[in-house]
Ligand binder design. Sequence first.
Ligand SMILES: NC(=O)c1ccc[n+]([C@@H]2O[C@H](COP(=O)([O-])OP(=O)(O)OC[C@H]3O[C@@H](n4cnc5c(N)ncnc54)[C@H](O)[C@@H]3O)[C@@H](O)[C@H]2O)c1
Length: 364
Amino acid sequence: MKLGIIGGGLMGKEIASALGRWFALDPSPGTARLVAVCDVSEPARDWFRRVPGVESFYSRHEDLLASDVDAVYVAVPHSLHERLYLDVLKAGKDLLAEKPFGIDRAAAQRIAEASKNQFVRVSSEFPFFPGVQEAFRYVREGRLGKILEVHSSFLHSSDLDPTKPVNWKRQSATCGEIGVMGDLGLHVCHVPFRLGLRPKTIYAQLQNVYSERPDGKGGFAPCDTWDNATLHTWCEGDIPVTFETKRMAPGQMNTWSFEALGTEGGVRFSTKEPKTLWTFEPGKEQRWVQTDVGHRPSFPVVTGPIFEFGFPDSLLQMLAAFTAERNGTLEGRFGCATPDEALLSHRLFDAALRSQKGNTVETV
Ligand SMILES: NC(=O)c1ccc[n+]([C@@H]2O[C@H](COP(=O)([O-])OP(=O)(O)OC[C@H]3O[C@@H](n4cnc5c(N)ncnc54)[C@H](O)[C@@H]3O)[C@@H](O)[C@H]2O)c1
């Protein structure tokens, strides 16, 4: 698979560096080579000159799409998702899209409709931590008994600093009205949705704490996005599930967590303790048991099983899953988020906006 990247910012560089360790996958789930990059910014393009194998550097995405790449990873501001994703699909290329998969529900719907004839998946890497895979299997195997509640959260804290300058993720025009939900939301939906937890109704609590931020030029600019979102939902099967995304969660630096509790068991994982899986053993002496899960990802790598797993490893696993599924060799392993899952997340966020506006319970 010859891969191109459109958008060589934070995530474009992360994906390039994860691809640079492709040879660590053993056995290899297929070939994936980064050959071309496009960014409107020259310094961003120039960074990729250090990446072995990248032969073409474009300032216009149309030129990258006219090249012989097979698939494209696109990581640009949310306001550009629809136009660029549709252009990728029109050019006949497969697509690894970034979340939230369009700036709003209507855009996501149009992209999903255009995605029917090509292989399209959406980036969401945390489920590829071995501990998350263990937690997923635990729930799938029915070890919870009757499910009592599920909590899925992704928490940041750097926005607590009011002097942090504004950027495109903090303005509705470029991030979307859904704000933090667009930024962090698919990350908390991927695992619950894959477990079949589909939200029926929602009561949302959204907060916009700082309404302006330094503009980086000596003045201030509006910061009109939701900073924190707690979505209380009833999912099919009458299961309460909370989806929590926050940019202002004191003490939390990119903390992705999942907890599921049931009548016969429970399971917890958090990237705060990236190698630790907690499982609940009911009985007379109720206890939470801590297990070190080690470096045992779905797609084996040369890294020893006792070593720690981290964020770049989860991106490599996600790329392996994208490649394997595209080749038809996923073989039951956990796959990347689908356009349908991204669209369902948009329906949830859209209902959250309605709920916040009227302080009401809304149908998803
Ligand atoms: N999966 C994750 O963990 C994760 C983390 C952060 C961001 N993201 C997502 O990745 C996407 C990009 O976020 P980021 O943090 O990398 O942003 P960024 O601002 O760091 O990078 C965006 C890049 O896009 C470039 N760009 C803008 N317009 C362009 C165009 N028309 N053609 C080509 N390039 C263009 C910019 O010059 C910039 O280099 C967003 O959808 C965001 O939600 C995902």
